[in-house]
Design a protein around this ligand. Sequence first.
Ligand code: SF4
Length: 248
Amino acid sequence: MPTIKETLLTEQELVTIAERFENSSPQQVLKWADDRFGKRLALMSSFGLEDVALVDMLWRINPDSRIMTLDTLRLPTETYTLIDRIRARYGIDIEAFTPDMQATADMVGTHGYNLFFKTIDNRKLCCGIRKVEPLNRSLSSLDAWVTGLRRDQGMARGGTQIVEWDDGHLNYKINPLANWSFEQVREYVDQHKVPYNELHDQGFPSIGCAPCTRAVEAGEDLRAGRWWWEDDPSAKECGLHEVEQATI
Ligand code: SF4
């Protein structure tokens, strides 16, 4: 039995749209999504390079578009500085979702502030409380969310569709940059003078929470700096995107 949200697009429409958008620009995809979902659409931004490009694109299409972020309370100072710069540059509100404070206090009380370094289970617990639960809360007011996923980011992201049904969150997932390269994103950001995280210029292609992100060396996987102390590359997801296909 399909959910109400699934009935917004038939399965056949979804396949047709995903195929058609393979040859469309990200802006065409975003325009379609804005027209189709209106205020029930939001860009979920972690303010990486892909996300700031999408903020700029979406703002040019509709300055009242919704932009959301997950503030884990462990982000680098540079990311908070960037969020302030984006707000000022575009004159937009950013809806920030923070972790449940009681759950966070209980976790820290039991396992310590830097529990994630001890075991993968602890790391997943922390991501669950600081990211996954706030994401679920944020998505409950939406029918569709926009992400900056790209297929060549590795891990399970190779199968990302430009428009897909997100069974884990019962929402449509719009990935306008799925077939873009990192260089294309960089070019867009440079061309449009989009504010970006200064950590990108210090060897951080992918930026998450401060303690869990390090710079990468030339030739290393773009996400090698995330949870850098863990050996298993297949475990390097925080649960935000892994429900349906195996990606903030
Ligand atoms: Fe916790 Fe690190 Fe996950 Fe951030 S990335 S939620 S600090 S484990």
